[in-house]
Design a protein around this ligand. Structure first.
Ligand code: BDR
Ligand code: CA
Length: 331
Protein backbone atom coordinates (compact mmCIF):
# COMPACT_ATOMS: atom_id res chain seq x y z
CA UNK A 1 0.00 0.00 0.00
CA UNK A 2 1.40 3.42 -0.96
CA UNK A 3 1.20 6.00 1.78
CA UNK A 4 0.63 9.68 1.17
CA UNK A 5 3.90 11.57 1.31
CA UNK A 6 2.60 14.95 0.17
CA UNK A 7 -0.63 16.69 1.02
CA UNK A 8 -1.05 19.57 -1.40
CA UNK A 9 -3.35 22.36 -2.48
CA UNK A 10 -3.04 23.14 -6.19
CA UNK A 11 -3.57 26.86 -6.72
CA UNK A 12 -3.96 27.24 -10.45
CA UNK A 13 -5.47 28.86 -13.54
CA UNK A 14 -6.30 25.92 -15.83
CA UNK A 15 -4.82 26.15 -18.44
CA UNK A 16 -3.45 23.17 -20.36
CA UNK A 17 -0.28 22.63 -18.36
CA UNK A 18 -2.26 23.25 -15.16
CA UNK A 19 -4.49 20.35 -16.21
CA UNK A 20 -1.40 18.22 -16.83
CA UNK A 21 -0.14 19.12 -13.33
CA UNK A 22 -3.46 18.15 -11.73
CA UNK A 23 -3.54 14.84 -13.61
CA UNK A 24 0.10 14.07 -12.80
CA UNK A 25 -0.67 14.56 -9.11
CA UNK A 26 -3.93 12.61 -9.31
CA UNK A 27 -2.16 9.69 -11.01
CA UNK A 28 0.34 9.38 -8.20
CA UNK A 29 -0.91 7.70 -4.98
CA UNK A 30 1.86 9.33 -2.93
CA UNK A 31 0.16 12.71 -3.47
CA UNK A 32 -3.12 13.76 -1.92
CA UNK A 33 -4.73 16.82 -3.49
CA UNK A 34 -6.70 18.39 -0.63
CA UNK A 35 -8.21 21.13 -2.79
CA UNK A 36 -7.91 22.91 -6.10
CA UNK A 37 -8.11 26.67 -5.80
CA UNK A 38 -8.62 28.72 -8.96
CA UNK A 39 -7.35 32.20 -9.73
CA UNK A 40 -7.59 34.55 -12.70
CA UNK A 41 -4.65 34.12 -15.05
CA UNK A 42 -4.78 32.08 -18.22
CA UNK A 43 -8.47 33.03 -18.31
CA UNK A 44 -10.99 34.82 -16.08
CA UNK A 45 -11.56 33.23 -12.68
CA UNK A 46 -15.01 32.14 -13.88
CA UNK A 47 -13.38 30.20 -16.68
CA UNK A 48 -10.45 28.81 -14.66
CA UNK A 49 -12.86 27.65 -11.94
CA UNK A 50 -15.14 26.11 -14.54
CA UNK A 51 -12.16 24.43 -16.21
CA UNK A 52 -11.03 22.98 -12.87
CA UNK A 53 -14.53 21.57 -12.36
CA UNK A 54 -14.54 20.11 -15.88
CA UNK A 55 -11.21 18.42 -15.11
CA UNK A 56 -12.31 16.83 -11.81
CA UNK A 57 -15.61 15.72 -13.34
CA UNK A 58 -14.14 14.30 -16.54
CA UNK A 59 -11.41 12.33 -14.80
CA UNK A 60 -13.55 11.32 -11.81
CA UNK A 61 -11.40 13.05 -9.18
CA UNK A 62 -12.89 13.57 -5.76
CA UNK A 63 -11.35 16.99 -5.07
CA UNK A 64 -13.16 20.17 -4.00
CA UNK A 65 -12.70 23.16 -6.32
CA UNK A 66 -12.79 26.68 -4.86
CA UNK A 67 -13.14 29.95 -6.75
CA UNK A 68 -10.47 32.53 -5.92
CA UNK A 69 -9.36 36.03 -6.84
CA UNK A 70 -11.06 37.81 -9.72
CA UNK A 71 -8.39 40.48 -10.15
CA UNK A 72 -4.68 40.89 -9.39
CA UNK A 73 -3.91 42.94 -6.27
CA UNK A 74 -3.21 46.24 -8.03
CA UNK A 75 -3.61 45.93 -11.77
CA UNK A 76 -6.52 45.22 -13.97
CA UNK A 77 -6.65 41.67 -15.24
CA UNK A 78 -5.46 41.25 -18.84
CA UNK A 79 -6.70 38.16 -20.66
CA UNK A 80 -3.84 36.41 -22.50
CA UNK A 81 -6.06 34.63 -25.05
CA UNK A 82 -3.15 33.72 -27.30
CA UNK A 83 -1.80 30.96 -25.02
CA UNK A 84 -4.70 28.77 -23.93
CA UNK A 85 -7.55 29.93 -26.17
CA UNK A 86 -10.79 31.76 -25.34
CA UNK A 87 -11.90 29.26 -22.69
CA UNK A 88 -8.44 28.93 -21.16
CA UNK A 89 -8.54 25.21 -21.98
CA UNK A 90 -9.22 24.93 -25.69
CA UNK A 91 -8.81 21.68 -27.58
CA UNK A 92 -7.60 20.71 -31.04
CA UNK A 93 -10.45 18.16 -31.13
CA UNK A 94 -12.81 16.95 -28.43
CA UNK A 95 -13.41 19.44 -25.60
CA UNK A 96 -13.76 18.42 -21.97
CA UNK A 97 -17.49 18.01 -21.26
CA UNK A 98 -19.38 20.69 -19.35
CA UNK A 99 -19.01 20.52 -15.59
CA UNK A 100 -21.60 18.50 -13.72
CA UNK A 101 -20.40 19.27 -10.20
CA UNK A 102 -20.52 22.65 -8.52
CA UNK A 103 -17.91 24.86 -6.98
CA UNK A 104 -17.22 24.30 -3.27
CA UNK A 105 -18.70 26.80 -0.88
CA UNK A 106 -16.51 29.65 0.33
CA UNK A 107 -13.65 31.63 -1.17
CA UNK A 108 -10.42 29.90 -2.23
CA UNK A 109 -8.45 32.12 0.15
CA UNK A 110 -10.59 30.97 3.10
CA UNK A 111 -10.23 27.34 2.03
CA UNK A 112 -6.43 27.62 1.98
CA UNK A 113 -6.45 29.33 5.37
CA UNK A 114 -8.69 26.67 6.86
CA UNK A 115 -6.65 23.74 5.54
CA UNK A 116 -3.28 25.16 6.52
CA UNK A 117 -4.49 26.25 9.95
CA UNK A 118 -5.88 22.81 10.70
CA UNK A 119 -2.77 20.97 9.47
CA UNK A 120 0.29 22.94 10.58
CA UNK A 121 3.46 22.00 8.69
CA UNK A 122 1.59 19.42 6.61
CA UNK A 123 0.33 21.20 3.53
CA UNK A 124 2.45 22.20 0.54
CA UNK A 125 0.99 24.90 -1.69
CA UNK A 126 1.63 24.12 -5.33
CA UNK A 127 1.12 27.43 -7.10
CA UNK A 128 1.02 27.26 -10.89
CA UNK A 129 -0.83 30.46 -11.70
CA UNK A 130 -0.53 34.08 -10.56
CA UNK A 131 0.10 34.33 -6.81
CA UNK A 132 -2.91 36.50 -5.93
CA UNK A 133 -4.71 33.92 -3.77
CA UNK A 134 -1.57 33.08 -1.80
CA UNK A 135 -0.68 36.74 -1.25
CA UNK A 136 -4.19 37.33 0.09
CA UNK A 137 -3.80 34.38 2.48
CA UNK A 138 -0.55 35.84 3.77
CA UNK A 139 -2.03 39.35 4.03
CA UNK A 140 -5.05 38.15 5.98
CA UNK A 141 -3.15 35.68 8.15
CA UNK A 142 0.61 36.38 8.30
CA UNK A 143 0.75 34.05 11.30
CA UNK A 144 0.07 31.15 8.94
CA UNK A 145 3.43 31.51 7.13
CA UNK A 146 5.25 29.08 9.47
CA UNK A 147 2.39 26.60 9.15
CA UNK A 148 2.78 26.29 5.36
CA UNK A 149 5.15 23.41 4.69
CA UNK A 150 6.46 24.98 1.48
CA UNK A 151 5.36 26.84 -1.61
CA UNK A 152 6.36 24.99 -4.76
CA UNK A 153 5.65 27.24 -7.71
CA UNK A 154 5.94 27.63 -11.43
CA UNK A 155 6.82 31.19 -12.24
CA UNK A 156 9.57 33.59 -13.09
CA UNK A 157 12.95 32.83 -14.57
CA UNK A 158 16.59 33.30 -13.72
CA UNK A 159 17.06 34.23 -17.37
CA UNK A 160 14.73 35.37 -20.13
CA UNK A 161 10.98 35.94 -19.73
CA UNK A 162 8.09 34.97 -21.99
CA UNK A 163 5.55 37.84 -21.77
CA UNK A 164 8.30 40.47 -21.72
CA UNK A 165 12.06 40.10 -22.17
CA UNK A 166 12.33 40.09 -18.36
CA UNK A 167 9.10 38.57 -17.04
CA UNK A 168 7.35 35.23 -17.04
CA UNK A 169 3.53 35.25 -17.26
CA UNK A 170 2.50 33.99 -13.79
CA UNK A 171 4.71 36.49 -11.98
CA UNK A 172 4.02 39.36 -14.40
CA UNK A 173 0.24 38.79 -14.06
CA UNK A 174 0.43 39.81 -10.40
CA UNK A 175 3.96 40.88 -9.57
CA UNK A 176 2.93 42.63 -6.35
CA UNK A 177 1.42 39.40 -5.06
CA UNK A 178 4.55 37.47 -6.03
CA UNK A 179 6.76 40.04 -4.30
CA UNK A 180 4.78 39.52 -1.09
CA UNK A 181 5.10 35.76 -1.35
CA UNK A 182 8.87 35.96 -1.94
CA UNK A 183 9.22 37.99 1.26
CA UNK A 184 6.90 35.91 3.47
CA UNK A 185 9.55 33.58 4.90
CA UNK A 186 7.85 30.42 3.65
CA UNK A 187 10.27 27.91 2.04
CA UNK A 188 10.04 28.49 -1.73
CA UNK A 189 10.89 26.06 -4.51
CA UNK A 190 10.85 27.80 -7.87
CA UNK A 191 10.39 26.23 -11.28
CA UNK A 192 11.04 29.09 -13.68
CA UNK A 193 11.39 29.25 -17.43
CA UNK A 194 15.13 28.66 -17.04
CA UNK A 195 14.29 25.03 -16.23
CA UNK A 196 10.79 24.54 -17.73
CA UNK A 197 12.19 25.32 -21.17
CA UNK A 198 14.18 22.09 -20.74
CA UNK A 199 11.19 19.96 -19.70
CA UNK A 200 9.45 19.46 -23.03
CA UNK A 201 6.41 17.48 -23.98
CA UNK A 202 7.77 16.11 -27.22
CA UNK A 203 5.90 15.17 -30.38
CA UNK A 204 6.53 11.47 -29.65
CA UNK A 205 5.03 11.87 -26.16
CA UNK A 206 1.77 13.28 -27.52
CA UNK A 207 1.75 10.50 -30.13
CA UNK A 208 2.17 7.92 -27.35
CA UNK A 209 -0.84 9.37 -25.48
CA UNK A 210 -2.84 9.31 -28.72
CA UNK A 211 -1.83 5.71 -29.55
CA UNK A 212 -2.63 4.47 -26.04
CA UNK A 213 -6.36 5.13 -26.50
CA UNK A 214 -7.55 4.69 -30.09
CA UNK A 215 -10.65 6.65 -31.12
CA UNK A 216 -11.80 9.63 -29.07
CA UNK A 217 -8.90 10.89 -26.99
CA UNK A 218 -9.52 14.32 -25.49
CA UNK A 219 -6.28 14.25 -23.46
CA UNK A 220 -4.26 13.97 -26.69
CA UNK A 221 -6.50 16.61 -28.34
CA UNK A 222 -5.91 19.06 -25.50
CA UNK A 223 -2.15 18.45 -25.47
CA UNK A 224 -2.09 18.96 -29.24
CA UNK A 225 -3.77 22.35 -28.88
CA UNK A 226 -1.17 23.39 -26.32
CA UNK A 227 1.80 22.23 -28.39
CA UNK A 228 0.31 23.74 -31.56
CA UNK A 229 0.06 27.15 -29.92
CA UNK A 230 3.69 26.94 -28.89
CA UNK A 231 4.89 25.81 -32.32
CA UNK A 232 2.99 28.67 -33.98
CA UNK A 233 4.96 31.34 -32.19
CA UNK A 234 8.23 29.54 -31.32
CA UNK A 235 8.68 27.72 -34.63
CA UNK A 236 7.34 24.57 -36.23
CA UNK A 237 10.79 22.99 -36.05
CA UNK A 238 10.71 22.78 -32.24
CA UNK A 239 11.04 19.23 -30.87
CA UNK A 240 8.41 19.80 -28.20
CA UNK A 241 6.58 22.37 -26.08
CA UNK A 242 7.70 23.36 -22.56
CA UNK A 243 5.42 21.76 -20.01
CA UNK A 244 5.76 24.26 -17.20
CA UNK A 245 3.31 23.51 -14.39
CA UNK A 246 3.82 19.73 -14.01
CA UNK A 247 7.45 20.37 -12.99
CA UNK A 248 6.27 21.24 -9.47
CA UNK A 249 4.43 17.95 -9.10
CA UNK A 250 7.18 15.94 -10.78
CA UNK A 251 9.66 17.29 -8.23
CA UNK A 252 7.39 16.25 -5.34
CA UNK A 253 7.09 12.77 -6.82
CA UNK A 254 10.78 12.38 -7.63
CA UNK A 255 13.17 15.10 -6.40
CA UNK A 256 16.05 13.47 -8.31
CA UNK A 257 14.50 14.80 -11.54
CA UNK A 258 15.76 18.31 -10.75
CA UNK A 259 18.77 20.03 -9.27
CA UNK A 260 17.78 22.75 -6.80
CA UNK A 261 20.11 25.44 -5.53
CA UNK A 262 19.46 28.13 -2.90
CA UNK A 263 19.64 31.83 -3.81
CA UNK A 264 18.48 35.23 -2.67
CA UNK A 265 15.63 36.35 -4.93
CA UNK A 266 13.07 39.13 -5.26
CA UNK A 267 10.34 40.24 -7.63
CA UNK A 268 10.66 43.59 -9.40
CA UNK A 269 7.49 45.69 -9.27
CA UNK A 270 8.78 49.04 -10.54
CA UNK A 271 6.94 50.22 -13.60
CA UNK A 272 9.22 49.77 -16.55
CA UNK A 273 10.80 47.06 -18.63
CA UNK A 274 11.70 44.86 -15.68
CA UNK A 275 8.19 44.74 -14.16
CA UNK A 276 7.50 41.17 -13.04
CA UNK A 277 11.09 40.00 -13.30
CA UNK A 278 12.30 37.50 -10.70
CA UNK A 279 15.73 38.83 -9.88
CA UNK A 280 17.70 35.84 -8.61
CA UNK A 281 21.22 36.41 -7.36
CA UNK A 282 23.24 33.64 -8.96
CA UNK A 283 26.57 35.01 -7.79
CA UNK A 284 28.47 33.07 -5.16
CA UNK A 285 27.53 34.56 -1.81
CA UNK A 286 30.24 35.31 0.72
CA UNK A 287 28.62 34.66 4.11
CA UNK A 288 31.14 36.97 5.82
CA UNK A 289 29.85 39.98 3.91
CA UNK A 290 26.42 39.08 2.64
CA UNK A 291 23.84 38.09 5.23
CA UNK A 292 20.88 38.04 2.86
CA UNK A 293 18.62 35.08 3.26
CA UNK A 294 18.69 32.57 0.42
CA UNK A 295 14.92 32.59 0.24
CA UNK A 296 14.47 30.72 -3.04
CA UNK A 297 15.29 27.11 -3.87
CA UNK A 298 15.73 27.50 -7.61
CA UNK A 299 15.44 24.58 -10.00
CA UNK A 300 18.53 24.98 -12.15
CA UNK A 301 18.64 21.70 -14.07
CA UNK A 302 16.29 18.87 -15.02
CA UNK A 303 16.39 15.35 -16.40
CA UNK A 304 14.14 15.99 -19.44
CA UNK A 305 13.97 12.37 -20.54
CA UNK A 306 12.74 10.98 -17.22
CA UNK A 307 10.43 13.98 -16.77
CA UNK A 308 8.80 13.35 -20.15
CA UNK A 309 8.35 9.66 -19.36
CA UNK A 310 6.73 10.40 -16.01
CA UNK A 311 4.32 12.95 -17.50
CA UNK A 312 3.48 10.85 -20.54
CA UNK A 313 2.60 7.86 -18.36
CA UNK A 314 0.28 10.06 -16.29
CA UNK A 315 -1.39 11.46 -19.41
CA UNK A 316 -1.94 7.89 -20.66
CA UNK A 317 -3.41 7.00 -17.25
CA UNK A 318 -5.79 9.97 -17.64
CA UNK A 319 -6.76 9.12 -21.23
CA UNK A 320 -7.48 5.50 -20.27
CA UNK A 321 -9.49 6.65 -17.26
CA UNK A 322 -11.78 8.78 -19.44
CA UNK A 323 -12.18 5.96 -21.89
CA UNK A 324 -13.11 3.47 -19.13
CA UNK A 325 -15.52 5.91 -17.51
CA UNK A 326 -17.18 6.57 -20.87
CA UNK A 327 -17.58 2.83 -21.52
CA UNK A 328 -19.02 2.32 -18.02
CA UNK A 329 -21.63 5.01 -18.63
CA UNK A 330 -22.50 3.52 -22.05
CA UNK A 331 -22.93 -0.07 -20.79
C1 BDR B 1 2.84 29.76 -17.11
O1 BDR B 1 1.87 30.63 -17.69
C2 BDR B 1 0.73 29.89 -18.08
O2 BDR B 1 0.42 30.17 -19.41
C3 BDR B 1 1.04 28.43 -17.86
O3 BDR B 1 -0.10 27.75 -17.37
C4 BDR B 1 2.16 28.43 -16.88
O4 BDR B 1 1.67 28.37 -15.55
C5 BDR B 1 4.05 29.71 -18.02
O5 BDR B 1 4.60 30.99 -18.19
CA1 CA C 1 -0.69 27.85 -15.05
Amino acid sequence: MTTTTHRIIIDCDPGHDDMAAILLAAANPAIKIEAITAVCGNASVDNTTNNALRIVDTFGLDIPVYRGATQPLLHRYEFPAQFHGPTGLDSAGAELPAATSTVAEGHAVDAIIRLVDANPGEISLVVVGPMTNVALVLALRPDLAPKIKQIVFMGGSSGEGNVTPAAEFNIWADAEAARMVFKAGVPLVMFGLNVTHQTLLRRADVAAVRDAVPGDNMVADILEYYCGTYYRFAGADKPGAPLHDPCCIAWLIDPSLFEISAHAGEVIVDNGGAYGQTLIDLRPQDPAHDQREKNVGLAVAADPERFATLVTQAMIWAAERVSTRTQDVAS
